[in-house]
Design a protein around this ligand. Structure first.
Ligand SMILES: [Mn+2]
Length: 300
């Protein structure tokens, strides 16, 4: 029995490395898709480290200890250093066949190969996407596959159903053509200001209405959260969500049939007192608690 601070550096301290586990965590130390400050390659380590803080009790709403769920930490996926295309291939291959993946990024580029692997198994999914940015740019400064483009490609490749997709926390500068293209595909955009003005309960209701009963994927860019709460990221934007708002939304989504998730863009070099890593680890922990409360647990 370890005290939390001395627990081994696996996610929630798990010693299970079995790819056959019902729930698999994997790190993806990839950040060459970033357009501003790099450093998310160190995200998986920081998130695992912070996750050990969450080993001292049950979730106070769903009354489950996520560390006791059938969870394995597979370690970090292999990547091809310096090669975006080859890395996307490698990530997709390693994600294939896993029953339910919780990925620790890495920059947001990684969501594209994860969705390719998922869609090959379950077909197009609904998307609950927290972010400051729409991430539907056709390219970033000439870079076709980068962290500003995963959902442009995911929509064009039919990996997500845009009419069952919703983006929450959006507030960055954006070309109007990119914003309007996203809406025209059928994606719902919830600006950060709407979260502040309408409140988490209304936003959660909107998410449930958009997603419906089909399978859904959670992609959580940590920059959805305000830099006051999550400074450790590559492209911070002011006016973002407070961590309590994120919890208040997520805890109302137990009826959503989630089939996978990622938390991305944690760049520990810009973090202060590990608060960004703790926010990311807690979001994964909240997600696990949510699965335990889902009425459709057999699907998860
Ligand atoms: Mn993003």
């Amino acid at each position: 029995m370890y005290p939390t601070f001395a627990t081994p550096h696996n996610f929630l301290g798990t010693a299970n490395r079995d790819r056959e586990a019902k729930l698999c965590v994997a790190g993806i130390p990839f950040d060459i898709g970033t357009t501003n400050r790099p450093g998310a390659r160190f995200g998986p380590h920081a998130i695992r480290h912070a996750s050990r803080m969450l080993l001292d009790g049950d979730h106070p709403q769903f009354w489950v200890d996520p560390a006791t769920m059938p969870l394995a930490d597979l370690g970090d996926f292999s990547i091809a250093l310096g090669d975006i295309g080859e890395s996307l291939q490698l990530i997709e291959t390693q994600a294939q066949g896993l029953r339910h993946l919780l990925a620790l990024g890495g920059d947001h580029t990684i969501t594209l190969p994860l969705l390719r692997a998922l869609a090959s198994r379950v077909g197009p999914v609904g998307l609950v996407h927290f972010d400051a940015h729409v991430d539907t740019w056709p390219d970033s400064f000439g870079q076709r596959y980068g962290h500003g483009s995963p959902f442009f490609h995911a929509i064009n490749e039919g990996l997500i159903d845009p009419r069952r997709s919703i983006q929450v926390g959006i507030r960055s500068p954006v070309q109007r053509s990119v914003h309007d293209w996203t809406l025209q595909q059928g994606v719902s955009i919830v600006p950060a200001m709407a979260v502040h003005e309408d409140g988490p309960a209304a936003i959660a209701a909107r998410i449930r209405a958009v997603i419906g009963d089909g399978p859904a994927y959670l992609s959580f860019d940590i920059d959805a959260i305000d830099p006051a709460f999550a400074p450790g990221t590559g492209t911070p934007e002011i006016g973002g969500l407070a961590t309590w708002q994120v919890q208040a939304i997520l805890r109302r989504l137990e009826k959503v049939r989630f089939v996978g998730m990622d938390v991305v863009e944690v760049a520990p070099a810009y973090d202060v007192a590990e608060v960004t890593a703790l926010a990311a680890a807690t979001i994964v922990w909240e997600y696990l608690a949510l699965l335990s409360a889902s009425p459709d647990r057999s699907q998860n």
